[in-house]
Design a protein around this ligand. Sequence first.
Ligand SMILES: Cc1ncc(COP(=O)(O)O)c(C=O)c1O
Length: 366
Amino acid sequence: MRYFRASVEAMTGYRPGEQPRPGTPVLKLNTNENPYPPSPGAIAALRTLDSEWLRRYPDPFAKEFCQAVSAALGVPPDWILVSNGSDELLNVLIRACAEGAARPVVYPTPTYVLYRTLAAMQPAQVVEIPYADDLRLPIDRLVQASGALTLIASPNSPTGHAVPLADLRSLAAQLAGVLAIDEAYVDFAEGSALSLLADFENVILLRTLSKGYGLAGLRLGFGIAHPQLLSGLFKVKDSYNVDAIATLVGAAAVRDQAYKNDCANRVKASRSRLTAGLRQLGCTVLPSQGNFVLATPPVPAAAVQAALKARGILVRYFDQPGLRDKLRITVGTEAQNQKLLTELKPLLAERPNASEAPNLAEPLAG
Ligand SMILES: Cc1ncc(COP(=O)(O)O)c(C=O)c1O
């Protein structure tokens, strides 16, 4: 007797990035958190919570939060579905749309590794289509794959590139199934695909408070789409998927757009300086529209990651084809980026000591 479905037995569980307890003296540049704290308004909202908020079930539709998003983004409140992080919404989408080989989940690679894991959990059939070397969206092949659900992260992780709006529009127009545009990093990007929603009922945008709003610990995300598309998703989400604390704190954070934009602008300025600094040390760095950069060091990436870890700096290494020579580095504060560059300099000047490089990489995480 085995306990699990064959697909669960066969799948590899998701390996999240290393999350040391807050207060641990490490420089954490491995999971793309915002280096700045959440809005003071969000912390003030947290302090107003009394036990009644905890005694009662939360609003199943997080209406207060939807109102805040509606005011901030100019979309009607009934075009918003709130989720326990955008990861939950990805799961809801796959659960609602995918079924067997006839209704696959389709996405270009490399991208957020969790897509594959969530599909394996259903199980859903996956069609992965590699990006071309120039990272142009393989529109024709994506269309041919006829996904029930096509997932495009833009800006993408780990590459940091944003897909041109014209390409997303072309894809949306040609797909019969749902096109989910994962905009987790939109706050650090030059644009958004929000304008597509008015023209395409099959498009949903995924947003999160984990990155731009500095609230990864809160677990709050949301989708924006035509109510007709949301109606199917509401059927399969957990009834109380977002807790009372997240709704209240998240709404306050979203009301403070000025603070979020200020932090994002600081991160963007630091991203340029970090990119230049890494290039000066001999790394190849892709231009990024996220709060991270993908760098190819001139010496083996896994060894550099391990050596940095030994010095208390966490960056992300992906043990995956096409990424084994690269590191994904979250943009920190100016001081944090400077510390990283200072520690990197001697490591990149010569091959890191082999004794520092054993098996410390974090494989297959997104
Ligand atoms: C592309 C992408 N989408 C979604 C997420 C998950 O966001 P959340 O914290 O809202 O679940 C991440 C997290 O790193 C991500 O990189």
